[in-house]
Design a protein around this ligand. Structure first.
Ligand code: BG6
Length: 487
């Protein structure tokens, strides 16, 4: 991908965790690859507690470099990357600081990107300050999740930002949309004639989407305790994956065609009746346990977490889509921290054959299943039935595997790298439009409300397991179970 479109990339929250682990490493990778970023493109980091560029570069060397050297660091590329970086000290309360920023960047060529890697409470003040010095023209703004705390607060932010930036200038990031296998799901569904005819209620019995993590809340206890898994993962990543799995074929891949189809799915989600919550949603919280041989503490004892916290670190929920394609097909979503494995995958369980002439072993071997694994490895696996060698007709489940790293040895890109290049190049398809975000909040809100008003605490689960037993019981009621297989 060659580009000559120049840019000025302004990174608010320049010393934050996200800048350190994801954003600056992604920009470095794009720089190192050559040809992806215009030579003249500049990065302006913004922070409050750092004095000048020399101090900032010292911070970058100390904190960012360890995250980019996994496969051996290219020192020459690193040195030339640092030359792109400028620094502006900004105290939000000081309007004069934004004048300095404007003076520093206003005559630079190309598009301006303002990346707000800050808490959502700063989104509106930063946008207003940018507008006060005229920096909202010829600009794009990137908003990190979580965007708000509920529908009301997210609307308030979107309204205020929308007074300053037009919708096509706003890039709401959900890094799951930048993951290669998610892109591949679109290719699988809409590039192959094979799957699409089967991708519907007549042939699909149920769908599972899991994002399981082994990590706990790490250093984010404070943030997480006020957020919980429903807001952190379900409202965004899981519902976005669901909308891509379930959407109708778009007429083109332009940003609004894709987002219109995703929106239709989000609007067709069957509203949850608060009286049914315990039947369709399970929330859990991790207790102490063992992960890969190491003892790990309970959530309630993590730094920043209230000892009597009722915040959920696990959610399993049954979702239904009210349209012709999916009526009656349950979608089971699940996410949690400190689970038995780190895995993100989509499982499409197909229906059994209508009549089996092949006897009991065929029934035991089960039906077809397609497993699209996003991480840790990127594979697509199709389970089929085959005859076991030898006498008689004994069937077993076997699988066809597509391992992307065997076919494509080069060109892999981290989600953030792809998404940042999309912002710089003005491609909106992989960013969440306001109406999608609203539809997702609207759907999760009955669950949020019921959980915050009920006095049922989350169900405990031991770290290193697959979450509370109630999550398995929910699927058992539908005659199915979570797919939990080895990596
Ligand atoms: C983030 C959540 O959006 O996604 C984190 O805030 C979570 O809590 C992370 O750990 C998971 O992303 P990934 O790409 O590591 O699966």
């Amino acid at each position: 991908m060659q580009t000559d479109s120049s840019f000025t990339f302004v990174l608010f929250g320049g010393t934050g965790d996200l800048s350190m682990r994801k954003i600056l490493p992604a920009l470095f990778e794009a720089h190192r690859a050559g040809g992806m970023l215009a030579e003249s493109g500049k990065i302006f980091a913004v922070a409050r507690h750092i004095e000048d560029r020399a101090d900032y570069l010292e911070w970058v060397n100390g904190h960012v470099k360890p995250h980019v050297s996994k496969n051996g660091l290219d020192e020459a590329a690193w040195a030339s990357f640092l030359e792109r970086i400028e620094f502006v000290k900004i105290d939000l309360g000081n309007a004069e600081d934004f004048v300095l920023l404007r003076d520093a960047i206003q005559d630079l060529p190309g598009i301006r990107v303002f990346y707000l890697a800050t808490g959502p409470s700063l989104f509106v003040p930063i946008c207003r300050a940018l507008a006060s010095v005229g920096l909202n023209e010829n600009s794009r703004i990137v908003l990190e999740k979580p965007l708000g705390y509920d529908l009301k607060s997210s609307n308030a932010i979107n309204d205020a930002v929308g007074e300053i930036f037009a919708e096509e200038q706003i890039y709401r990031i959900d890094h799951y949309l930048g993951k290669e296998p998610v892109q591949n799901l679109l290719a699988l569904r809409f590039g192959n004639a094979l799957f699409e005819p089967l991708w519907r209620r007549e042939w699909v019995e149920s769908i599972q989407i899991t994002i399981a993590e082994e990590l706990g809340v790490e250093a984010r206890g404070d943030f997480y305790d006020n957020t919980g898994a429903l807001r952190d993962m379900v409202q965004n990543h899981l519902l976005q994956l669901l909308s891509i799995v379930a959407m109708e074929p778009p007429h083109s891949m332009d940003s609004d065609s894709v987002r219109d189809e995703k929106l239709r799915v989000l609007r067709a989600l069957k509203p949850i009746d608060p009286r049914d919550i315990t039947k369709v949603a399970v929330r859990g919280q991790y207790h102490s346990g063992v992960i890969r041989g190491n003892a790990v503490p309970a959530y309630a004892t993590e730094a920043g977490v209230k000892p009597d916290s009722t915040t959920e670190t696990f959610v399993a929920v049954k979702v239904e889509i009210e349209n012709w394609r999916w009526a009656g097909v349950p979608f089971f979503l699940r996410t949690g921290k400190r689970l038995a494995d780190r895995v993100a995958e989509i499982v499409v369980n197909f229906r059994a054959v209508p009549h089996s002439a092949l006897g009991a072993s065929a029934l035991r071997a089960g039906a077809n299943r397609l497993v699209i694994r996003l991480q840790p490895n990127e594979t697509i696996r199709l389970y089929c039935l085959a005859k076991q060698p030898g006498e008689g007709m004994n069937l077993a489940s076997v699988h066809l595997d597509l391992a992307f790293d065997q076919f494509f040895r080069e060109g892999q890109m981290e989600a953030y790298q792809r998404l940042l290049l999309d912002v710089i190049n003005g491609r909106l398809a992989l960013f969440v439009r306001r109406d999608e975000q609203e539809a997702a909040w609207r759907w999760v809100e009955p669950i949020l409300n019921e959980w915050s008003t009920s006095n049922r605490p989350p169900k405990p689960y031991a770290s290193g397991t697959w979450g509370p037993a109630a999550a398995s019981a929910m699927l058992a009621q539908h005659g199915t179970c979570w797919l939990e297989e080895e990596n």
